[in-house]
Design a protein around this ligand. Structure first.
Ligand code: NDP
Ligand SMILES: N[C@@H](CC=O)C(=O)O
Length: 804
């Protein structure tokens, strides 16, 4: 025999009831022996409770009661529920008249929900020719007289159940009311919330069932609530011990007491989905399953009470007084944390008991208040508890660090010593984000990284395409899920919680909205997005003003834009302080040498104490391309320059390259990496744009490119034989001082020299250090181009995902 139990959500509407009937019909046709336990439909129990509350205040409850009746009958007009409706009419009329009701009356009212549902299912099955038998558990399960949370008297109940099932056996399908019972005086009692599961497990126990199948609206037990964590996955098998932990910590598909009658008889419990009943669900047996973290549970509707008392240090019996005072008022405490200094204690109680708990402690510690031994008793109401079931402290640093990185600071945490559970109290408005962060860390399915990309021109656009193309592979190899939730330009932003797809360009045009950075931050907060990275692929100074706000709001930063690192030294330092305060990172490897690993190398050398004495080379990819080709070929300067622009080597405004600012910036960025305090104004720049072409905007300049030809043809000709032109940066001087010497200039070098040998758009950096002497470390390679730069930015993003 199998016991099937259907929850309220399964029975909420006609579609649900039809699924329930289909499941029962299938089982009967396949010859399975089954018993069916039924909950009240949908939110019927809550509704009956609400009507009671209205009636007891002598307010008009009739409209609500009529709606309740209409809901019960609406899909099943032929059903006769006169008896149940009349019972409710009488009970509510009485409560309204007296202005009071007892728990006994309440149980009578609530029991009608299960009676109605079970009668309904019985009737429909009968109409289908199935031998269904309405079974009222008030005639079978006998309890004590604790109305609202009655305890079954096992011996009597078992006798009744066994005798009933002996009478109605074989092909008869007993349709049993869950939740309700009666005491020894035949008065209706209820088994407490989730009581229908309890009824089902009691029947399974009494009847030695082969399995209890609990049908819900989900496919089983998940690693976390799928409504809160989209990556949550189903757990195939659990042991009763693990299931008990889950139940205790609030996983609401189970109730702790349900499990005990099953453990006693070693009866497996399967959690199934009414609406997808072919799925295997989660099987819970006494066998231990694979080790590891099983699930994240959440307790909501809780409050954190904090008692602070410096004067309590070393006093004996303080905790005993606290818990005695609470126990006296029947207040249960779930999570407790007390530092060794005994200066205070924090603990979690049900939200509805918080005020009473505070009052109880204020009374208990009244004298201590006067003596100033106790300074404050406070309630933190908007909190939730997350329990990581199966987590021990050996790896707890991973989810914990991830929370901190995401600006979720738990208010309190504790662990069980024997079991493997860690519970954290977090603010309610951070619950969603915290769950996703922890889930990504501990289950290792894929840590979600949410990217906001600003600037989608040559570099930004290429980056988006590179990410979209590699995302699946990265998810598989690195367990990192890269989600581009924002793409912005100077006018519009496209915000997409689940990430943009390959049609992002059209989407931003059609669905993008004008924005400020606050809108992007707000969107990330409202959607509880974790592991945030903002990527700046603009060349805009205005955009760099957002860096501090972004860092303060939990974003790490990645930038191909060089501007932020070359603004005033004050800003440079301030940004780094803010990043440190907020534990945020800022990576900008592409600022110098595009995709070449230059900044990292210099950082490491400097950090390791290696004295860098000079950095010299061709810093600009576009100007490298320009002078390499112009020097080697008989072509017009303007023609090669146009080519460099078209190949995407230059800055958005190519004058930034030609005027030397771009190389100047790169030089300054390297100088600052060496802790030099130089400002941009300190860079001595040889401007390549003749004075008469400097006024006006980029467009005006581009139409006059030909005017450069005569100037550069002369410079080329005036060189010594066998020499070529190179535009170089040179950081030198005494680099142990506060400032270095930064020169950006056009030089003529022998063709066979290292600089003279540079080809294409290559950059070359010669790094001179004390240990390496005259032989510099040389880094050479493509110094510009959208693809290599985007790849470099991508590399920074991946580096950040590892740092987390
Ligand atoms: N090309 C290369 O080889 C290398 C480039 N870099 C750097 O990469 C960055 C991007 O260069 P590139 O892709 O060529 O430039 P593009 O001109 O192609 O693209 C710039 C993008 O930035 C957007 N933008 C401009 N101002 C803002 C703003 N205030 N807020 C948001 N978005 C803005 C633009 O939008 P809109 O269209 O609305 O103006 C555009 O989408 C530059 O900083 C450059 O120095 C670094 C290393 C190498
Ligand atoms: N315009 C720059 C691009 C890389 O920073 C260059 O040419 O090097």
């Amino acid at each position: 025999m199998k016991i099937l139990k259907f929850g309220g959500k399964s029975l909420a509407n006609g579609k649900g009831i039809q699924s329930v009937i289909d499941i029962i019909e299938d089982k009967v046709k396949s010859g399975e022996r089954i018993t069916v336990v039924i909950s009240a439909r949908g939110k019927s129990t809550d509704e009956l409770e609400q009507i009671l509350e209205v009636a007891v205040k002598n307010k008009d409850y009739k409209e609500q009661l009529a709606a309740f009746k209409k809901y019960q009958i609406s899909d099943f007009k032929a059903m006769d529920l006169t008896e149940e409706f009349e019972t409710l009419d009488k009970l509510f009329a009485g409560v309204s008249l007296i202005g009071d009701y007892s728990k006994r009356i309440k149980d009578q009212v609530l029991s009608q929900g299960e009676v109605i549902a079970a009668k309904l299912v019985t009737q429909i099955l009968k109409e289908k020719g199935i031998d269904a038998n309405f079974t009222d558990t008030r005639e079978l399960i006998v309890t004590d007289a604790q109305f609202g949370d009655a305890q079954p008297l096992d011996k009597l109940s078992k006798e009744n159940v066994v005798s009933h099932f002996n009478k109605y056996n074989g092909a008869t399908v007993n349709i049993v009311t869950g939740f309700i019972a009666s005491n020894t005086k035949n008065e209706t009692t209820t088994l407490g919330r989730n009581g229908s599961n309890y009824t089902a497990s009691l029947l399974a126990n009494y009847l030695d069932a082969d399995e209890l199948q609990s049908f819900t609206h989900v496919n089983g037990i998940y690693t976390a609530d799928p409504e809160l964590v989209t990556d949550a996955r189903k757990i195939e098998r659990l042991s009763f011990v693990e299931a008990n932990e889950l139940a205790y910590f609030g996983t609401n598909v189970l109730h702790a007491k349900t499990i005990i009658p099953l453990i006693e008889k070693n009866i497996p419990l399967r959690i199934l989905n009414t609406f997808d009943h072919k799925s295997e669900g989660t099987l819970i047996t006494s066998e231990a399953s694979e080790k590891g973290i099983k699930s994240l549970s959440v307790l909501e509707n809780v409050a954190l009470i904090n008692l602070e008392g410096r004067g309590l240090l070393g006093q004996v019996g303080v905790d005993a007084r606290i818990f005695k005072a609470l126990a006296f008022r029947g207040i249960s405490v779930s999570i407790i944390s007390q530092g060794s200094s005994e200066r205070g204690i924090g603990f979690v109680v049900g939200a509805d008991s918080a005020k009473e708990a505070k009052k109880a402690l204020e009374e208990e510690f009244e004298a201590d208040f006067y003596k100033r031994d106790v300074s404050a008793i406070t309630i933190e109401g908007n909190v939730s508890v997350i329990s990581i079931i199966g987590q021990d402290l050996s790896t707890f640093h991973k989810p914990y660090n991830a929370l901190i990185k995401n600006q979720v600071i738990p208010l309190l945490f504790n662990n069980t010593i024997t079991g493997k559970n860690v519970s954290l109290v977090v603010r309610k408005n951070q619950l969603h984000k915290a769950l996703n962060v922890i889930h990504g860390e501990v289950f290792g399915i894929a840590k979600k990284i949410n990217l906001a990309i600003f600037g989608h021109g040559l570099v930004g656009g290429t980056l988006i395409d590179q990410i979209l193309k590699s995302a699946k592979d990265i998810q598989k190899r690195k367990k990192v899920d890269l989600n581009i939730f924002a793409v912005g330009n100077s006018r519009k932003v496209l915000l997409e919680k689940k990430g943009v797809d390959q049609h992002w360009k059209t989407a931003i045009e059609k669905q993008g909205n004008s924005y400020t950075i606050k809108d992007v931050i707000q969107f990330a907060n409202e959607n509880h997005l974790e592991n945030l990275i903002a990527i700046d692929n603009t060349a805009s100074e205005a955009f760099t003003k957002n860096y501090i706000t972004l860092a303060k709001n939990g974003f790490d930063l990645v930038s191909s834009n060089k501007v932020a690192n070359t603004l005033s030294f004050g800003f440079y330092k301030e940004l780094r302080n803010i990043l440190e305060e907020n534990q945020k990172q800022y990576l900008y490897e592409t600022n110098v040498g595009a995709g070449l690993p230059l900044i990292d190398t210099i950082k490491l050398l400097h950090l390791s104490g290696e004295n860098i004495t000079r950095i010299k080379g061709v810093f600009s990819g576009s100007l490298s391309y320009l002078f390499n080709n112009f020097s080697a070929q008989e072509r017009l300067f303007s023609e090669v320059l146009r080519e460099a622009i078209d190949l995407g080597f230059t800055e958005p405004d190519p004058r930034e390259d030609l005027c030397g600012n771009d190389v100047g910036r790169k030089l300054l960025i390297l100088a600052r990496e060496l802790d030099l305090n130089n400002e941009f104004i300190d860079v001595n720049i040889d401007n390549l744009i003749p004075e008469n072409l400097r006024a006006g905007d980029a467009q005006q300049f581009l139409v006059r490119l030909k005017e450069l030809d005569i100037v550069y043809e002369k410079i080329k000709k005036d060189q010594k034989k066998g020499h070529v032109l190179r535009y170089i940066g040179d950081l030198h001087g005494d680099l142990s001082k506060e400032k270095g010497i930064l020169d950006v200039k056009l030089v003529s070098v022998p063709q066979e020299s290292a600089l003279g040998q540079v080809k294409g758009s290559d950059s070359i950096f010669e790094i001179y250090t004390e240990s390496y002497g005259d032989q510099p470390i040389v880094i050479q390679g493509a110094g510009a181009g959208a693809a290599v730069t985007a790849r470099g930015v991508f590399g920074d993003v991946l580096r950040l995902t590892e740092k987390g």
